[in-house]
Design a protein around this ligand. Sequence first.
Ligand code: ADP
Ligand code: ZN
Length: 700
Amino acid sequence: MEKWMTDCRKVLKDVFGYADFRPLQKEIIEHVLRGEDSLVLMPTGGGKSMCFQIPAIVQEGMCIVVSPLISLMKDQVGSLKACGVAAEFIHGSLDFGEQQLILSNAMAGKYDLLYMSPERFIQSDIHDLIFNGTINLLAIDEAHCISVWGHDFRPEYASIGKIKKHKPELPIIALTATADEITRDDILEKLHFPNKENVFLASFDRPNIHFSVEPGQQKFKRIKAFIDDRPDSSGIIYCLSRKETERLANKLQGAGIDAEAFHAGMSFDKKDKIQDDFITDRCKIICATIAFGMGIDKPNVRWVIHHNLPKNIENYFQEVGRAGRDGLASEALLLYSYSDLLLWKKINQESSQQELLDSKLNRVFDYAEASICRRKILLNYFNESSESDCGNCDVCENPPKIFDGTLLSQKALSALKRSKESIGGNVLIQVLRGSYNSEVMDRGLHEIPTFGLGKDLSFYQWQHYLLQMIQLGLIEPKYKDRNNLKVCDLGAQVLFKNKNVNLVAYEEKEQKEVAKKKQRKPEKKTLFDLLRVKRMFYANKEGIPAYMIFGDATLKDMETAMPTSLPDLANISGVGNVKLEKYGAGFVEVIQAYYKDLKGKGDSFKHSCGLYNEGKSVEEIAQIRSIKEVTVISHLAAGIQKGMEVDVAHLISSDEKKIIADAYFRLGKPQAMKVIFEDLQMAYSYTKIRLALAFVIGQD
Ligand code: ADP
Ligand code: ZN
């Protein structure tokens, strides 16, 4: 086994270019190599494929991979070929001759991996291959398709399990990103896996995804601002209906944004083309119904927006999971409104499982409304408890501000009572804000005493507070009465008995975004941009998606470490031998040119500041750049002086800054650092003094 694991590590590095296994990969690979069966449950992007690809490569013989969609097979086989692995896929749409050729190659042991659909798998020629060829492993991808409880049950999948009876010695590895317990048990049963020791359950956390939720107000404006703020990045916007996908895509196109609609009602060819354009970065943004994504393995989807409340957390998590498979920072933004909830409730009414669906719906609505760490809620939902707040969600970053909303609520409650509880949310807000429009005037609502009492708040603020009042149980929409709002018992207590109500303050999201935008530096072409151009050149040349050349994570690593020689480039994660040979020189050339340019302009400090802003420590930067730590400090100081955004808060506190600055001014400028150092009785390091002075001098 040890020898095998050494081989596996070698394959990981030489073929795929990765230095270390991800959590559980090593354990699973060992288990597979021992000839045992395994069920692997890992989130999207967790690195499932490696668990069968590496054993397939190091062992004699071939691994058969059953995969439900041609696009998925094409993607994996393309990526494997790009790394120099002998892989192929066989499916019904190839002609007879092509299929025969692949089968005879397989029989002759020419492949390490052969991908096929479940329909193809159960045909007799494959049966022959399994019994007469040397098959070392059967991998079943998207294994939840075996289970009727999974969300994509496929009848052909169900019969795969029979192979166990005929060929019990053939190890099977089943993989899925669906983790719920019924599905899991069902897969074990259908595949005749003896026990739960075969189950490998990875954490479902996706730490690189940032979660945020906002009330869906002025959605188009919000989405446009979001996209404008993230130029060049790929994203998916999930909508509830086909019509909505088209409407939104049209509007985005009208605003000059490169977006396409995608839904199940489109022709096969059209869908295929859109998927292909998305994968190859010809189209950056897709407005889709949930039909989109199942066949997409694109690793560099940077964000996912939900245009509406999803129907449950499982779906939400799966859709969100399509962002950031490459492990780089990615975002999930959920826009929701109360009317989404009502719409789903209506849809659920048609189902025989209404109660179950409603309870799942309530959970996702609670998630949207929550004022505790979003990741905690999600992980708890999947039975993974998490103790600490994540620091990477909107709630963690911006804890809700609670205020006494008693008076505010009383205004709304009183207006409702005065209008005889015969109006919905929108009219109520108009009354509160004192709008003389026909709907209000026709009903004489402009004459009630509360008319205009809530002028101080905007329409959106009122919307935000009414939603909370519903959530708190002060008021309640009557579905059967055109969603008109009624005052509940609790509401009556607030109105008549002065019962206290706490509300979460409304926040202008847009202003926050604008503020964020202002902080950003003016964009110049970064090394990452230049590397992307090079990557596109190779992708076009080879006719494969850009990410199959190198992933974004690999380009980011190149940008950070700036390898200017082939051996240095080989150390970058994701650079295997075949790719090194094929594309290495091209990328090194780009980096060398950039490096020269940088040095020539005396911009070396920018590089250090850039690394620092990416989270590298001073020590690490010194190592990466082979310079002294004191040089790194002087680079940071230079950056600060030149107005770059460099957060040195944990190198120097604001108190320290102040004390040193005071000394500087007290001693009369200009002063050598040594004088300040001694004046402060050597209590502050040269590092701190250098940084503090940067701020002072910067302000001069
Ligand atoms: P899954 O099938 O679980 O969604 P993949 O197998 O597609 O995930 O892997 C996701 C990404 O992670 C791929 O780009 C893959 O190359 C990368 N990856 C897998 N294993 C490792 C590893 N050990 N180190 C670095 N990257 C890895
Ligand atoms: Zn959090």
